[in-house]
Design a protein around this ligand. Structure first.
Ligand code: NAD
Length: 475
């Protein structure tokens, strides 16, 4: 089997101690590649290379236009290698190939283009002072960035971190999730081909605790840690970062709620709600995993929603017709399965769904569970949704907010005043009204409470990946 290497200082290398692990295709449940298993020593070598490239290399010293041109070349190369990159993520974690080809890979290219242009076009503030002094801001690169990524949108979420970090002149060590190593190594190869100097973008594979991941959070030579993953891991990372006072950005879990009011366009509410919970087999931090429907339309919504869930095409994620593939790993399948199996004991009814072949969980719709049931409170991260009725707007908002998470929520209504009023009342980093997953890359992205710390996107990414400096002049 092919070995997926680390890329450190522009070189493809194995782990110092020769350690390896395997990556498994969740559809065939067979290993298809070996992966270099990074230790703390390998992570240290990558940080050293990134440090050298930052302290002495050309990258942080280049103009925005020159750096931006290299990032645009990288975006073009991503587009040219679209099929290879899409297959990499699909084989690693079971995402339908139609999604990885039409969404994840083009979005990754777009992230590089957007942040290249955003950095080039950004202006600092000029602050003429009453005293006659003149103050202005400079956004200087922070230094070496550790980027630690999850497995659910491998290339797309990696580019969301790497693109702004590089555009602002930092150097990066990326550790992809252990389950999805392939696209990160391909991306690092393309970055070199695009002319990004060796050492500027490094990739180290491996696990979290006692492995490359932990080392990247504890290294005092690292200036920023950007992490996307589980809330429990976020807490561990925060503690590690605190030891060196390293600023950390945490994009964590979610338990999104969709509020469907009686005045909603029901067909559209069903269509978006289906996408919100069943795309990527529900393995989406933004998943709309709780749907609250106003009682007048509850029965009709439920009928249409279950019918649409049953119509989704389940199968081999490499088949272009597939809409729902397997879960990403055997371990994750067992976790999601345990939630579904626990539903009857909690008093719930499974309207449709259950288990398919291998690691497939069919789109599963649950009703009649009490609000304190595990399926209502915990992030399942699978194609499992709870639907419940509500009577008043106040009740709907209070149900949506009854979670320690606060990543996102959705509101479906044709009443403009209600849309604004409810969006304001929801405790969430993003509220979508009559839609889902539509993003403006300038907008803040992140979560409240257990869903994270900080925001990324546009100026929010700039503020995290730079050291804003005030310069005050006496005139
Ligand atoms: P995870 O926390 O298990 O792992 C994420 C990454 O952290 C992996 O690369 C892992 O190796 C690494 N890691 C684990 N322990 C570590 C440690 N002690 N030190 C350093 N690194 C460590 O998360 P996951 O299972 O890969 O991803 C799923 C989770 O990510 C879900 O909770 C989901 O909601 C969340 N997520 C959030 C967003 C968002 O934008 N808010 C986006 C996607 C996924």
């Amino acid at each position: 089997m092919e070995l997926i290497p680390h890329i450190i200082d522009g070189k493809e290398i194995e782990s110092r101690d020769g350690g390896e692990f395997e990556t498994v295709d969740p559809w065939t449940r067979q290993a298809f590649a070996r992966v270099a298993l990074g230790t703390a020593e390998d992570a240290g070598l990558a940080v050293e290379a990134a440090r050298r490239a930052f302290d002495r290399g050309p990258w942080p010293r280049m103009g925005f236009a020159e750096r931006g041109a290299a990032l645009h070349r990288l975006a073009d190369l991503i587009d040219e290698h679209r099929d290879e990159l899409a297959l990499a993520d699909t084989r690693d974690m079971g995402k339908p190939i139609s999604d990885s080809t039409s969404k994840d890979v083009p979005r990754s290219a777009m992230n590089f283009r957007f942040f290249a242009d955003h950095a080039r076009l950004s202006a600092g503030e000029a602050l003429p002072m009453d005293s006659g002094h003149h103050a202005y801001t400079r956004y200087e690169p922070a230094g070496v960035v550790s980027a630690i990524a999850p497995w659910n949108f491998p290339l797309m979420l990696e580019s969301w971190k790497v693109a702004p970090a590089l555009a602002w002149g930092n150097t990066v060590v990326l550790k992809p999730a252990e389950g999805t190593p392939t696209s990160a190594t391909l991306l690092a190869r393309l970055a070199l081909e695009a002319g990004i100097p060796p050492g500027v973008f490094n990739v180290v594979h491996g696990f979290g605790p006692d492995s490359a991941g932990e080392a990247l959070t504890k290294d005092p030579r690292v200036d920023r840690i950007t992490f996307t993953g589980e809330s429990t891991t976020g807490r561990v990372l925060s503690r590690a970062a605190a030891a060196n006072l390293t600023p950390v950005s945490l994009e964590l879990g979610g338990k999104g709620a969709n509020l469907v009011f009686a005045d909603a366009d029901l067909e559209s509410a069903v269509r978006w709600s289906i996408q919100a919970i069943f795309s990527n087999a529900g393995q989406v931090c933004l998943a709309g995993s709780r749907i609250y429907v106003q009682r007048e339309v509850y029965a009709e919504f439920l009928d249409r929603f279950c019918a649409a869930a049953e119509a989704l095409v389940i199968g081999d994620p490499k088949d272009r017709r597939t809409q729902v593939g397997p879960l990403s790993s055997g371990e994750h399948y067992q976790k999601v399965r345990s939630y579904v199996e626990g539903v009857p004991a909690e008093g719930g009814i499974m309207r449709t769904g259950g288990f398919g072949d291998g690691w497939v969980v069919r789109p599963t719709v649950i009703t009649d569970v009490p609000a304190d049931a595990r399926v209502c409170r915990e992030e399942i991260f699978g194609p499992v949704v709870v639907v419940a009725p509500f009577d008043t707007e106040a009740e709907a908002v209070s149900s949506a907010n009854a979670t320690p998470y606060g990543l996102n929520a959705m509101v479906f209504t044709e009443n403009l005043s209600r849309a604004h009023r409810v969006a304001a009342a929801l405790r969430a980093g993003t509220v979508w009204t009559n839609c889902f997953f539509i993003r403006d890359l300038r907008a803040p992205f992140g979560g409240v409470g257990d869903s994270g710390v900080g925001r990324e996107g546009g100026n929010f990414s700039r503020d995290f990946f730079t050291e804003p400096k005030a310069v005050v002049m006496e005139l």
